[in-house]
Design a protein around this ligand. Structure first.
Ligand code: NAD
Length: 483
């Protein structure tokens, strides 16, 4: 279903994110017929180039980072006809009159994507207003990171609130745009089967893993000032935790969902220092030049920034009191894998005797790779060998269950951009959620700083420091295999 005609201005339209995700994503929506033939995409960046040059850059980005299957070169040419470019300075006056001219007198949806360094968000918001583009129907899309602690996030919220109402602000967390994440809500709230068991009486524990194989790459400078806690846990893992733990909202509407997520964050226990492990990756043996250790990669031989975090926390409310939540994320790990796992408790009594074996039901929600949901169910081992129990997966890998079309999933960014145009904020973070998440994260980071905590080294291609495994083993549990 096509969305309404729109004008989308991408500040930072020549940057890495625009080229890798936003522009190819828009092209896929164009190919699928969702982006109307009269919508306009206006790149706006400091880079000095003309419209022809920009269109060439966009075409190249689409070729490199993936177009849609249904598209051909003719379609790409049509799409490029809807692309415009303004060379603009977020901190100065150049380019603003031209942008104002382009945006004048249209009655379409107007959206401004701030795909620039966060230090420019305030400048952009202020100039949009002073050049008359911040009218009540305009929407702004704000990239991460949203602050680096509670104070900076509050300042940023206050700055944006001077020019835009909360209903106009779309704070992106692209994890929320993933198909499986929404499916998690469908599974929880669209089936009778799970919700009655979704509490501390039946759930032994929940774990969330976001493992990356890449190192810091070219983002060393930014990453070393941030670390895994700020870059991943405060936003992406926290959002996943909220969706898995929240109460059923009354409706699937933005504020109902976000109210419930906020309650989860506010009910999170502080993390005890002995319930958290930080790590920093070592070089890949034999391949030190291409895959150096973290400190070399960020060019800071004394860096104490973590590239890995594992922690245990709890949610102090009626539903979850007594159920531990474990989270871990890291770079240069053994495999790229993001998964939420709900481990149910043992049956209270085995009628088959302990020798038959016992298996727990495990529901795993995979975000990548092979997005899908699997439920481990205990059955009898087939054959004449008596009553032996085995664990088999009830598998709903989307690619298998839904066929190639179903598997041709919409990338998180494309989905979220279309939601912006539709005016649906459900999958975007509200200002108070972001602040609450920082309120929980800040004391952890401050504790490390006060103790001069040094992250534990871990091998590239591993599952993180041994201490992360011990965190689980101490409780008689283990992490799911990262694969
Ligand atoms: P980038 O450095 O590749 O691009 C920055 C863009 O901003 C360029 O188009 C540049 O011309 C423009 N710019 C810089 N100064 C400007 C000014 N004064 N006026 C106007 N334009 C100016 O950055 P990026 O990697 O594309 O990241 C953009 C934003 O997205 C950042 O907030 C980043 O944290 C966030 N983000 C990026 C990624 C990613 O994968 N690249 C992922 C998540 C979030």
């Amino acid at each position: 279903i096509p969305v309404e005609p729109f004008d989308l201005v991408i500040f930072g339209g020549t940057g890495d994110l625009a080229r890798r995700k936003i522009l190819p994503g828009l092209f896929r929506r164009y190919c699928s017929g969702q982006m109307p033939r009269d919508a306009r995409v206006i790149g706006a960046a400091r880079t000095d180039m003309d419209e022809t040059g920009y269109r060439e850059m966009v075409a190249e980005a689409i070729r490199e980072f993936g177009g849609g299957r249904a598209c051909d070169d003719g379609t790409l040419d049509e799409f490029l006809g809807q692309i415009h470019y303004v060379s603009i300075d977020a901190r100065g006056d150049s380019g603003w009159a031209e942008l104002q001219d382009l945006m004048k007198g249209t009655d379409r949806v107007e959206a401004y994507y701030f795909s620039v360094a966060p230090g420019l968000f305030g400048d952009l918001a202020e100039r949009l207003q002073s050049w008359g583009m911040a009218d009540a129907s305009a929407r702004i899309v704000v990239e991460k990171p949203f602050g680096r602690d509670l104070r900076t996030a509050r300042d940023l919220n206050a700055t944006l609130a001077r020019y835009f109402h909360e209903t106009q602000i779309y704070r992106i967390d692209h994890y929320l745009g993933k198909e499986t994440v929404q499916n998690l809500m469908a599974v929880r709230f669209g089936n009778m089967l799970f919700e009655p068991l979704w509490n501390s009486q039946y759930v032994d524990h929940i774990q969330i893993t976001v493992a990356e194989t890449v190192g810091v790459g070219g983002r060393g400078d930014y990453y070393d000032k941030s670390g895994a806690m700020r870059d991943m846990v405060q936003n992406h893992l926290m959002q996943l935790l909220c969706l898995i733990a929240m109460e059923p909202p009354a409706r699937f509407d933005p504020d109902a969902v976000r109210d419930e997520k906020l309650k989860v964050i506010r009910a999170l226990d502080p993390v005890e220092p002995h319930h958290i492990v930080r790590g920093q990756y070592l070089a890949e043996p034999g391949n030190e030049a291409a895959q150096p250790d973290y400190r070399t990669a960020v060019d800071n031989p004394r860096s104490r920034t973590e590239s890995f975090v594992a922690l245990k926390t709890a949610i102090s409310n009626w539903r979850w009191a007594g159920t531990p939540f474990y989270m871990r994320t890291g770079k240069r790990m053994v495999a790229r894998s993001s998964e939420i796992t709900v481990v149910f408790k043992d049956t209270p009594h085995s009628i088959f005797g302990e020798e038959a074996g016992r298996h727990r039901n495990v529901l795993s929600i995979r975000l990548q790779p092979n997005e899908g949901i699997t439920l481990g169910v205990t059955i009898k081992e087939p054959g004449p060998g008596g009553m032996r129990l085995i664990d088999v997966p009830l598998d709903m890998t989307f690619a298998d269950a839904l066929g190639p079309e179903g598997a041709d999933q919409v990338d998180a960014y494309e989905r979220l951009i279309m939601d912006v145009i539709r005016g649906n904020q459900t999958l975007f973070m509200r200002g108070d959620e972001v602040e609450a998440a920082w309120s929980w994260t800040d004391p952890i980071i401050e504790g490390w700083e006060a103790r001069n905590d040094v992250p534990k080294p871990y091998d590239s291609g591993s599952t993180g420091p041994d201490a992360a495994d011990q965190l689980m083993r101490r409780d008689g549990r283990e992490w799911r295999k990262v694969s």
